[in-house]
Design a protein around this ligand. Sequence first.
Ligand SMILES: NC(=O)c1ccc[n+]([C@@H]2O[C@H](COP(=O)([O-])OP(=O)(O)OC[C@H]3O[C@@H](n4cnc5c(N)ncnc54)[C@H](O)[C@@H]3O)[C@@H](O)[C@H]2O)c1
Length: 436
Amino acid sequence: MKIIVIGCGYVGLATGTGFAEMGNEVVCVDKNIEKINMLNNGGMPLYEPGLQELVDRNMSNGRLKFVDKMTVDNVDIVICAVGTPTGKNGQTDLTDIFEVAHLVGKNINGDVVFVMKSTVPVGTTLQCKRIIQDEVFVRGKDFNVQVVSNPEFLRQGVAVKDTLTPDRIVVGVEDDKSKKIMKTLYGSLERIGKPLVFMSIESAELTKYAANAFLSMKISFINEMADLCDSNGANIREVAEGIGLDRRIGSRFLHAGIGYGGSCLGKDNKSLISQAKKFNKNLDILSAVELRNKKQKEIILNKLERHLGNLNGKVIGILGLSFKPKTDDLRNAPSRNIVEKLLNMGATIKVYDPISGDNFMQFYNSADLIKVSGMYDSAKEADALVVLTEWDEFRNPDFDKIKSLMKGTLLIDGRNIYDPALVKEVGLKYSGIGIN
Ligand SMILES: NC(=O)c1ccc[n+]([C@@H]2O[C@H](COP(=O)([O-])OP(=O)(O)OC[C@H]3O[C@@H](n4cnc5c(N)ncnc54)[C@H](O)[C@@H]3O)[C@@H](O)[C@H]2O)c1
């Protein structure tokens, strides 16, 4: 099939490349010319394991192209994958989405199937249909415009795998014609057993928000239990195992930590809460989930103050900055919040991240924030060492070496990746999230 993907961010790039890999002819469009130039020169504007190789292969066999202006000629499908950030009062800012709908209406040269892959509030995909139809009408044309909601569930860090072998594909359609086209698009995945679930457009739009709401609820639930463990002596790892083996609960997403970040969970929860408000509905559970997550981001600072007292002049080593491992994404990363507060408190901070250190430093201009080039450099002269992101390379360190480099003895394990006994054995003080 001939496909246009609009937006070359984490989703658009993985999706477009994935469809090219499956044998389609794909043109990816982005209005960010620097990004397009970089891609056309063999570069990669974001860090996503395995993506570079896939892009290189599909560019060299001619199935994948990058352009900065949309030309819609004889294409089967136009996929919208632009960003939907948080706007006023938690509502979704749909500026880029509507810009794309207008562009599509102005540029198409025949019938179009417009597939919404961006996460958008219920009703937006049909709003885009009306915008495209109006633009077509103004041009005096009579093209058939069909829209589809096909929300994306990929996880950054494993986006290539999730694109080529997703758990399921959710597709909201308005008629059999678009259903048939989407069945062709995803046929190769359906034939290897990946469930292709058809539903109404509204249900598909809501499914994406409901999935993120549920996942964040699981995270906030275990974080709240971990907070209790910190006071009552229970161990959250043991509790999580004990409940996770109940198949009604399941063990995944039951890892206590410093709260969720990234560009999706928080933004989508806020959007869903504001969507519900329009119908005078309060999403009480989701509001509590968000509140817990906000509190969770304070936990590291509380622990540091509890153990070290006034943080003015203290040296804190930070391991990991991206909102999760295997991505360079710093959007809503807990590290941002924590580092900003530490700077305000007068601490000196030595940060290390395998990928996102340079990007992180662009946000700040302070002599008290130092980027170092390895985990042991972070530990040097530190009063406390704090793990914020569970990159693999932090998992099995030489604790003796860490102890000998540090000035103090406090190790805060914000992602519960260490065995407390091993840490304590060398004379370090261990503090996890719900594990002591
Ligand atoms: N990042 C994720 O893990 C993830 C997962 C599932 C769903 N989503 C959803 O997918 C959507 C995209 O997310 P993302 O993280 O890829 O965003 P992103 O910010 O990384 O990328 C968006 C891209 O769209 C481009 N763009 C904006 N307006 C444009 C226009 N008019 N024409 C061409 N290009 C334009 C931007 O320049 C940018 O490169 C969002 O709705 C998000 O909620 C994201």
